[in-house]
Design a protein around this ligand. Structure first.
Ligand SMILES: [Zn+2]
Length: 312
């Protein structure tokens, strides 16, 4: 038995398999990414806390002798165990290594892969059907998000893609759909662009905000960030049915149909849902980079085809 194995046994440390499972659960809890296991990193303590590790278990270290330099290197046993578990997950293609993730997000983090994501859902008893709505990052989806976020603003942008395949079963479609949603809600920092609402479910797994297509999916609207706006459920619905649109200067315009709205409609406990938009000349809260602002061709299409502008 190796020196390391003996120490693990003597200190009754968790097994590598147990740590692998804890890592997958922790990754899911942290939206699919956790930092490298450096000294003083919170994540190292968080997982130790899950196992209820004692002070001795957390601070025990191994001494390795570097023969060449004839010096002793000390490494925390718990850090090594975490690394070995993460390394085993990477070999099984359940996570991407920090060196690989770095090329994608410029952060040294362990990130779930699609395979690891599925396994983490199973471990947490979360139905796979919820996968599409979770903000969890996966390496495969993040590759598409990177492409979407970094794309340049096309001059003659056509927000409709007639060749768009409306096939809901292909893996590529699902990944692209999730990438669109993630890229849009991240670009708008998880807030509704109209009212600023930022809210998570009580279990912290779901964001309230949705990624709305400006040219809708059923009109072959492209899955590009500049054909999207992050909106809360209520504003998403109101935008999709044409209650409001967006002008070229990104101010919100409410449909004149508002005049026909019965006085008991469109109110939340005395709060005038649409009239508030009209009066305040609300302007969209936009992403940091103007390259991914809603494209004028997309919002013009919405004004022409979805918005109810007919005066009554
Ligand atoms: Zn809203």
């Amino acid at each position: 038995m190796s020196y390391e194995s003996k120490m693990l046994q003597q200190l009754a440390m968790p097994t590598r398999k147990e740590v692998e499972r804890a890592l997958l659960r922790t990754l899911l809890k942290h939206d699919g990414v956790i930092k490298e296991f450096g000294f003083g990193e919170e994540i190292v303590d968080e997982i130790a806390g899950e196992f209820g590790l004692s002070k001795d278990q957390r601070s025990a270290f191994l001494e390795t002798i570097y023969r060449k330099q004839n010096r002793v290197k000390k490494a925390f046993l718990w850090h090594r165990l975490l690394f070995r578990a993460a390394d085993a997950l990477a070999k099984e293609d359940m996570v991407s290594r920090p060196t690989r993730t770095l090329q994608l997000t410029r952060k040294r983090e362990w990130m779930l892969t699609e395979k690891g994501f599925d396994e983490a859902l199973k471990l947490c008893n979360i139905p796979t059907a919820r996968k599409e709505f979770l903000p969890t990052k996966s390496y495969e989806v993040q590759k598409i998000v990177k492409r979407l976020i970094e794309s340049r603003k096309p001059e003659n942008y056509n927000p409709c893609d007639r060749d768009k395949k409306i096939i809901k079963t292909t893996r590529e479609f699902t990944l692209r759909n999730r990438a669109f949603r993630q890229a849009v809600i991240e670009a708008y920092t998880y807030r509704c662009a109209v009212c600023g609402l930022k809210l998570k479910s009580p279990d912290s797994l779901l964001w309230e905000v949705e990624a709305a297509h400006i040219v809708p999916h059923y009109f072959f609207g492209r899955d590009d960030v500049c054909n999207g706006i992050a909106l809360c459920h209520l504003h998403h619905w109101a935008f999709d049915v044409g209650w409001f649109t967006v002008l070229d200067d990104y101010r919100v315009q409410v449909s004149p149909q508002i005049r026909r709205l019965p006085t008991d409609c469109g109110k939340l406990e005395g709060f005038e849902f649409f009239r508030m938009l009209q009066r305040g000349r609300v302007k969209l809260c936009l992403p940091k980079r103007d390259e991914i602002y809603p494209h004028h061709n997309a919002i013009r299409w919405h004004r022409k085809n979805i918005f109810h502008q007919q005066r009554v």
